[in-house]
Design a protein around this ligand. Structure first.
Ligand SMILES: NC(=O)c1ccc[n+]([C@@H]2O[C@H](COP(=O)([O-])OP(=O)(O)OC[C@H]3O[C@@H](n4cnc5c(N)ncnc54)[C@H](O)[C@@H]3O)[C@@H](O)[C@H]2O)c1
Length: 376
């Protein structure tokens, strides 16, 4: 089920958007917005006005309106939607402000810094009646879609594995952050596994470790075993300091079922070896990465269709990360429901907006609310 949201019927003109966050990824979004006929860039917001002006100049529009406040600039320039590409800590305040101002939001992953903040944003989307979609860009990949289609020939799927081995020297915040692999990267593969299986996580056992030669302060390696709602096991093994024979940024995948196997190296067409017959629909193209999620967002706003990454559906990917980190730090198997319940209690405890508190309190179960079972 999808959570209902207000649509903006197509009047023949592109959707006017402001981009919030003019950092590295913000500039990638600005280029994508520029190239899309579906949207028109109306302004750039950043706390650092110089960064906003420099980004406007970099795309050849030095006179583009810029500002430090999202709702204020959006109102000044008549924007119809917001693209939030700020740092994770700013996802919650910026998206809350935009939704309260009646603006739909397309936000970068992760949904927020914590699952608790993500729940607050789901409530804000319900209260405002505005769409909040998280751009989980690695879902928008035609090879991934094809792997999922081919996996429909496997009968019951038992095991999915994703191996991620890279050796980048970022030289920035990732070198010193806690949990660099799980927090900054693995969320993509966790989310892709949910997509491939059409399943959600039940529990996880995870170990994090830092190889002796690692150039990261936090643990750069992890292995996590998830039980999923269909009974499948999803096994992620990754390292951010493994030179030689590196995998794709998407990871290398094996989907194993009762009638065969799908292999996908993350970069090329997936391969199938199965006695079953896959579903029809070869060639369906979701678009490529953030251009695909931008198209999904605008199509949803125009038609009311269900986009991938609507906040309620996306939160479970961050819950997988939090559960894996807790498992690694406690050495125990962690139930994802426990993470959801704890996050819900925290969200209720910290919510200051009476309207949002009322929405949160109206949920009879977190999993039910995230599945779109509205109790109001
Ligand atoms: N999908 C992907 O593959 C991918 C890749 C890289 C980054 N990202 C995501 O994109 C987001 C941004 O990452 P980045 O690398 O561009 O970060 P960055 O630090 O380069 O830029 C963030 C910008 O946001 C601005 N900002 C911070 N708080 C703000 C606020 N309250 N209001 C307005 N502006 C604010 C900062 O001044 C900065 O200019 C993160 O959520 C990150 O996880 C996604």
């Amino acid at each position: 089920m999808i959570t209902p949201f207000a649509t903006i019927p197509d009047d023949g003109s592109p959707l006017r958007v402001v981009v919030v966050g003019a950092g590295g990824m913000g500039r990638a979004w600005l280029r994508t917005v520029q190239e899309s006929p579906l949207v028109e860039l109306a302004g750039i917001v950043d706390l650092d006005l110089e960064a906003a002006r420099a980004a406007a100049a970099a795309i050849g529009h030095p006179d583009l309106p810029v500002g430090a406040g999202t709702a204020a600039l959006a109102s000044d320039v008549g924007a119809q939607a917001v693209i939030n590409v700020t740092v994770p800590a700013a996802h919650h305040p910026v998206t809350t402000e935009a939704l309260a101002a009646g603006l739909p939001v397309l936000g970068e992953k992760p949904v927020a810094s914590t699952v608790a903040q993500g729940l607050s944003l789901a409530a804000a989307s319900e209260l405002s009646g505005q769409l909040f979609m998280v751009s989980q860009s690695r879902r928008y990949n035609r090879h991934l879609f094809e792997a999922k289609r081919l996996a429909s020939s496997l009968g019951t799927v038992g095991i999915v594995s994703a191996e991620f081995f890279k050796a980048p020297h970022f030289g920035g915040f990732r070198d010193t952050m806690d949990h660099p692999l799980l927090l900054d990267m693995a969320i993509h593969q966790f989310d892709m596994a949910r997509f491939l299986l059409d399943a959600d996580p039940v529990s996880v056992f995870c170990e994090e470790y830092n190889p002796s030669w690692s150039w990261y302060r936090g643990d750069a390696g992890a292995t996590a075993i998830f039980e999923m709602t269909g009974g499948e096991r999803f096994v992620f093994t990754g390292s951010w300091c493994s030179p030689g024979q590196e995998t794709s940024w998407n990871a290398a995948w094996r989907i194993s079922g009762e009638q065969g196997t799908v292999l996908w190296d993350g970069d090329n067409d997936p391969l199938v070896d199965s006695t079953g017959v896959p579903a029809e629909g070869k060639g369906s193209d979701p678009g490529q990465e953030i251009a695909g999620s931008l198209r999904d967002f605008v199509t949803a706003l125009r038609t009311g269709s269900s986009p991938m990454g609507q906040v309620h559906q996306n939160i479970m990917s961050l819950a997988m990360v939090e559960a894996a980190m807790l498992s690694a730090s406690t050495g125990t198997r962690i139930s994802v429901d426990a993470i959801l319940e704890e996050s819900y209690s925290q969200a209720v405890l910290t919510e200051r907006d009476p309207g949002l508190l009322e929405v949160l309190k109206s949920w009879t179960s977190v999993r039910g609310a995230l599945a779109g079972e509205l109790s109001r």
